[in-house]
Design a protein around this ligand. Structure first.
Ligand code: SF4
Ligand code: SF4
Length: 387
């Protein structure tokens, strides 16, 4: 039986994020009717600032639901990461579109994809038959002396692609403005994460995750506005949240994929930080507003420590830093099945955590419910060991 009792102190502004879906779909539809172009993205390496500076709207297409996977497996191997299959299945599954469970796919004029893991790159070749795609290249040795210059050129190409799509110019003034706004959101998220360092954080990990899952779906202004209200409320609310302090680290938890964090918190753990693309990786570094704009953007985005990078010491350093700053008792290393990058990198993370005396539980899972009971048993044993 689950151990946690719902917190009796209610956070009203969390509903703003929960209820935003229909309103946001209407907003995208309206934008589309008015002739605005819509792009879809599937990764953090695509700078939002360029997209919005071109007067384009953007939706995130990362799949977190299990329903579209069956359709995807008619084209893609079963032994492929569920996030890739779910994203692809949402496009090709007509049944899915008819039920309007993912209505934004049909509205997308162009997907801006990126050369990260192999599974995604190959999936993009197939997806290109349904929706036009521009795939940005990504230097995967970010410390290489040519990497930054190369990435700046890729961003310049993306700028041209967006300008050709819309007929709009990305001026320095527009780009500067978007960089400033995106940095404001990042600063607000930092402020919010500071509250999570408290002995009794005012927000639980599962609540925070649902907020972050909306970060790339809502408009930047809409997300920021809700974030300000949430922060104001959290600063004054007294809530008793306790339990072993957990960092969840690893693969993204796209909207719909809440299985592991929910198990952790329902069994009595308290997630205080996520080292994830649905977590700190999405907002940690700011763009330097004092530098030449494209260079500053490239520098910021190349710092994202995805497991597709080599060497990825930056991620290991960040995990250790976050573990200390958020006073974590243990780390749950979360990987999606068949995600080789994060699965292989686990070894180095485990070694680093062991040296620092921080316990680790490794969970590899998919989007089905088949392993739920087994995960509960393992989480129970881990939390008991931490208590
Ligand atoms: S894990 Fe890597 S490839 Fe996936 S969204 Fe994050 S940065 Fe992109
Ligand atoms: S979770 Fe891993 S395999 Fe899946 S898309 Fe992200 S990097 Fe690729």
């Amino acid at each position: 039986m689950d151990k946690i009792v719902e917190n009796i102190v209610f956070i009203k502004s969390l509903d703003l994020f929960k209820d935003a879906f229909p309103e946001r779909i209407d907003q995208i539809l309206k934008n589309k009717e008015e002739g605005k172009k819509i792009v879809g993205t599937l990764c953090l390496y695509v700078p939002d600032e360029l997209i919005y500076a071109c007067g384009v709207d953007r939706v995130i297409l990362c799949g977190g639901r299990s329903a579209p996977i069956e359709a995807a497996e008619q084209y893609l191997p079963r032994n492929l990461c569920p996030l890739i299959k779910s994203s692809f299945g949402s496009v090709i599954d007509q049944k899915c579109s008819k039920t309007k469970s993912c209505p934004h796919f049909g509205l997308v004029d162009l997907i801006i994809a990126e050369a990260t893991c192999d599974g995604k790159k190959k999936m993009y070749e197939l997806l290109n038959q349904y929706i036009p795609i521009h795939v940005m290249d990504l230097p995967q040795k970010p410390e290489n002396q040519n990497a930054l210059e190369y990435y700046i050129k890729e961003l310049e190409s993306l700028k041209c692609v967006l300008e050709n799509l819309t007929g709009n110019k990305i001026t320095d003034a527009k780009l500067r403005n978007e960089i400033k706004s995106a940095n404001e959101t990042r600063k607000l998220l930092h402020e919010l994460y500071e509250l999570r360092k408290r002995d009794s954080p005012p927000i639980r990990g599962t609540e925070m995750l649902k907020v972050l899952q909306q970060m790339h779906f809502l408009s930047p202004d809409g997300f920021r506005k809700n974030l300000v209200l949430l922060l104001d409320e959290l600063k004054v609310k007294k809530r008793e949240n306790s339990g072993p302090r957990i960092m969840i680290s690893g693969c993204p938890m796209a909207s719909g994929n809440m299985k592991v964090p929910e198990i952790i918190e329902n069994r009595g753990g308290l997630i205080v930080v996520e080292e994830s693309c649905t977590g700190t990786r999405a907002f940690w570094d700011l763009v330097d507003e004092n530098k030449e704009l494209m260079r500053a953007l490239a520098e910021r985005y190349l710092k994202i420590p995805c497991a597709c990078m080599y060497p990825n010491d930056r991620r290991i350093d960040q995990i250790l830093r976050l573990a200390g700053d958020f006073n974590v008792d243990g780390v749950v290393y979360y990987t999606l099945q068949f995600c080789h990058g994060y699965n292989v990198e686990k070894y180095r993370v485990a070694e680093a955590l062991k040296k620092s005396g921080i316990p680790l539980l490794s969970i590899e899972s998919d989007y089905s419910g088949a392993d739920t009971e087994q995960i509960k048993t393992r989480v129970d044993a881990f939390l008991e060991m931490l208590e």
